[in-house]
Design a protein around this ligand. Structure first.
Ligand SMILES: [Fe+2]
Ligand SMILES: [Fe+2]
Length: 296
């Protein structure tokens, strides 16, 4: 069993000093690792990164992060990433890390992702050079994620993004914003490569739980969505639990978050996945926030 704490969109700024560290004092008792899904800083300034590093210094668990669009704003990503890396934080950018946690290899593939839209409304590589540049960046991110993920070996495989690979965790956002919140190429890349859990942020007004089209669990951990300093997910491989207990829980609601529709979708779509993609893992959202109602 692996306990994964996660949060995104902290948007750390000068007024954040001293506010986060007190909220993390119990983290090491609750989780084995902390994943940060981008927008770590308010505008990508090294001084903001220094503040966040100081706040995270007492977390007591390994930390893995990807950058978000806010972290790119002042074009100082190299300096910002270096500050995090110097503090021992794994910063993933079209890359991966494998951590040995409680005797299991927890493999994490991470990249920022990008916008572009979803399904039939996905932007085309056509027209103005600016339009082509936009969608080509999204394509490159999705292709890189697939390359990294398809080569990733671990007992548990997690994808860490900033942008969303599915519309399901955007529910609550304005429809007009969807092309700027993620793209379906990310979800397709994940479905082709397989994963146990996908985490993202960026959709501040979205929903906490969803799946890729292929049924891989997706969680939006934007701080305004989880409405707490971090949320903890328990990832348990089915062969760790007794068959009876596993069967009993499968008949109930695996996700214990009052979101039966999301867990039903995960089971239904998971059963349609090819056998090689059925990872036999269960995701429990510990003490999850209540699902928000639709805003429209
Ligand atoms: Fe954000
Ligand atoms: Fe963002």
């Amino acid at each position: 069993m692996i306990r994964v704490a996660a949060v995104a969109d902290m948007h750390t700024g000068p007024d954040s000093a001293g506010t986060l560290a007190p909220l993390l004092t119990g983290l090491a008792d609750e989780a084995d690792v902390l994943l940060l899904a981008g927008d770590l800083t308010r505008s990508g300034k090294p001084a903001e990164a220094e503040i966040l590093v100081a706040e995270l210094a007492g977390a007591g668990v390994p930390i893995v992060a990807v950058l978000g669009n806010h972290d790119y704003h002042t074009d100082q990503t190299a300096e910002v990433a270096a500050i995090f890396k110097d503090a021992g934080i794994h910063v993933l950018d079209r890359s991966s890390v494998v951590l040995d946690l409680t005797g299991q290899r927890v493999a994490i593939a991470g990249t920022k992702g990008f916008g572009g839209g979803y399904g039939a409304a996905l932007a085309d590589d056509f027209g103005e050079s600016e339009m082509k540049g936009w969608i080509r960046h999204a394509e490159t991110e999705a292709e890189a994620l697939e390359d990294v993920l398809s080569a990733l070996v671990g007992d548990v495989r997690i994808v860490l993004l900033h942008y969303s690979p599915t519309v399901e965790t955007l529910d609550g956002e304005r429809l007009e914003l969807y092309p700027f919140l993620g793209n379906s190429m990310l979800g397709e890349a994940i479905d082709r490569s397989g994963a146990d859990l996908v985490l993202h942020g960026h959709a501040h007004h979205g929903s906490p739980a969803g799946t890729t089209p292929g049924g891989v669990p997706v969680r939006n951990v934007a701080q305004s969505v989880i409405r707490r300093p971090y949320v903890v997910f328990t990832i348990e491989r089915e062969d760790e639990a007794s068959p009876r207990r596993s069967l009993r829980r499968r008949r109930g609601n695996d996700l214990t978050d009052g979101d039966a529709s999301a867990s039903d979708r995960e089971r239904e779509r998971g059963s349609r996945r090819p056998r090689w993609m059925r990872r036999g893992t269960r995701i429990d959202d510990q003490d999850p926030p209540r699902r928000k109602g639709r805003r429209r």
